[in-house]
Design a protein around this ligand. Structure first.
Ligand code: FAD
Ligand code: SF4
Ligand code: SF4
Length: 478
């Protein structure tokens, strides 16, 4: 260990931009064995590991780095999976620069952070390839049945935790495939679908029942689930797209980010997607403008370039430094040929109801900080510009759907943001025996936080059945 002095930081190999533009395969190739060991050995084994404090799951990072460096990969994997239900997924898509790696002390001392995420991915990918990851075989079966609504990372992690404890689990999802945004939102070039599907299969092989195409509150009443199960976990995520409020938004050629990404991901699975095949959801040959500056916007621009768009431009109303998307993904997008127009805000969509011709863009500057301390963008009069566009993708974020109405449960309490109100230590909603986790509780967030919440909610459901007082839940449930 402590090799950071003589071993330079190395990230996994990144495929050349011109090659990766041609397909939806992952951009990074992952570490080879020796590389993972060498990179893990750079860790200085801090007595107080700030990296673990920066990780929402409190992962035992220095310990599994040491085991990986010593070629004890099975032990490293066992330790890694004791605090995370999908370490290989977090290793791929966590914004590590803002979490574990951003807190690494050797980064602070100028040596370049330990590549924690890539080693984490390597440890569990290796465990899969060695066949160490088996279906869950609980030590005892329990009679209680739990219904989980939503098969995203929160629902899947809770299913994993609760099935391991021996409960009978049914996961309902309104889509035809499980995985939530990991399946239909995040593109394959960040997270290949086979990586998600093997996690789903393991749960199915462990006795978890998946009921797909089940829209709870739509075709299937919520009350049916409450009658059928002894406890419920709501893990439905947030799906109401924020809209553009400029004239002309109804014009043909304006699409919502998630509809666009879902169509593309479905094509990747080989599905028939009429909207894509007819061209409405396909960027091929088009001049594409994406509005937004978060991870969703980055995924849209990079999908459009892979669909052979004629040009792709990202509009963001603040500057690069204030962009909410991961800095790494912005660099990747630039390498792939996307142009960014910072400090630019859409003002008007040009064209008629049948054909979009372009978008008028106001030039912005950053004004004084608002109540949150962030500088608010304000328009510079007289500096509008018109950009030609055949397709505009709205990637302005998501808010929660109205679950009390959909579920016909007016007593299901909400926060002022429309997310579900839960007891912060038990994750129980205002309805007894109904718990919630993931984006539907914290608003649009990250996979790692969905896992965090799900583990705590699962521990709480276990306490609920044991009839114990639900008190402080351990930060990680090993
Ligand atoms: P979801 O993943 O949204 O899953 C919810 C599930 O519930 C869905 O399958 C949905 O079909 C189902 N559902 C909803 N309502 C019902 C209902 N009424 N009945 C039945 N089923 C229902 N995070 C990262 O950490 N890294 C990234 O790189 C990243 N990139 C992202 C890119 C995009 C385009 C988007 C949109 C998000 C991204 N995120 C990323 C965020 C991350 O995907 C979410 O924070 C995470 O998936 C939330 O997990 P969840 O389980 O709460 O919800
Ligand atoms: Fe880092 Fe995410 Fe892994 Fe935690 S889960 S160690 S934040 S990559
Ligand atoms: Fe190792 Fe960095 Fe964590 Fe210290 S902060 S234990 S050097 S990974």
């Amino acid at each position: 260990m402590l090799r950071f002095i003589d071993t330079p930081r190395q990230t996994p190999e990144k495929r050349a931009a011109e090659l990766r533009r041609e397909d939806f395969e992952e951009v990074y190739s992952g570490f080879k064995e020796r590389q993972a060991e060498a990179q893990a050995s750079r860790c200085s084994q801090c007595g107080v590991p700030f990296c673990s404090s920066g990780c929402p799951l409190g992962n035992h990072i220095p310990d599994w780095l040491r085991l990986a460096a010593e070629d004890q990969l099975e032990e490293a994997w066992r330790l890694s999976e004791s605090t995370s239900n999908m370490p290989e997924i977090c290793g791929r898509i966590c914004p590590q620069d803002r979490l574990c790696e951003g807190s690494c002390v050797i980064e602070q001392s100028g040596h370049g952070t330990v590549t924690i995420g890539a080693v984490e991915q390597y440890i569990t990918d290796n465990a899969w390839s060695k066949g160490w990851i088996k279906p869950i075989a609980p030590a005892r079966e329990r009679p209680q049945s739990i219904g989980i609504i939503g098969a995203g990372p929160a629902g899947l992690s809770a299913a994993d935790e609760l099935r391991s404890l021996g409960y009978r689990i049914t996961v309902y999802d309104r889509y035809d495939r499980a995985g939530g945004l990991m399946t239909y939102g995040i593109p394959g070039f960040k997270l290949e679908k086979s990586v998600v599907m093997r996690r789903v299969k393991r749960l199915a092989d462990s006795g978890v029942t998946f009921v797909q195409n089940a829209d709870i509150g739509g075709g299937v009443p919520f009350s049916d689930l409450r009658e059928k199960h002894d406890a419920i976990l709501i893990a439905t995520g947030v799906y109401k797209a924020r809209e553009l409020s400029v004239p002309g938004v109804g014009a043909n050629g304006v699409v919502r980010a998630l509809d666009y990404l879902t169509a593309s991901n479905r094509k990747g699975f080989g599905d028939e997607v009429p909207g894509f095949d007819e061209g409405h959801m396909n960027a091929h040959g088009k001049r594409v403008v994406v509005v937004g500056g978060g991870d969703t916007a980055m995924d849209c621009v990079r999908t459009a370039i892979r669909q052979d768009a004629a040009s792709v431009t990202c509009l963001y109303r603040r500057d690069r430094e204030n962009m909410p998307g991961s800095a790494r993904e912005v660099v990747n997008a630039e390498e792939e040929g996307i142009s960014f127009r910072w400090l630019s805000n859409p003002k008007l969509l040009l064209g008629d109801a049948n054909k979009l011709d372009g978008i008028r863009v106001a030039r912005m500057r950053l004004g004084p900080p608002d109540a949150s301390g962030r500088q608010s963008p304000e328009e510079i009069p007289g500096e509008d510009a018109d950009l030609a566009a055949d397709m505009v993708i709205k990637a302005l974020g998501f808010s929660p759907e109205d679950l009390p109405t959909a579920f016909d449960e007016p007593d299901l309490a909400l926060t002022r943001y429309g997310t579900l109100k839960v007891d912060p230590s038990s994750y129980e909603t205002s309805l007894p025996g109904v718990f919630a986790a993931g984006d539907i509780v914290r608003g649009a967030s990250l996979v790692v936080w969905a896992i965090h919440d799900a583990r705590r909610a699962a521990a709480s459901i276990h306490q609920y059945f044991k009839g114990q007082t639900v008190g402080a839940i351990p930060e990680t449930v090993g």
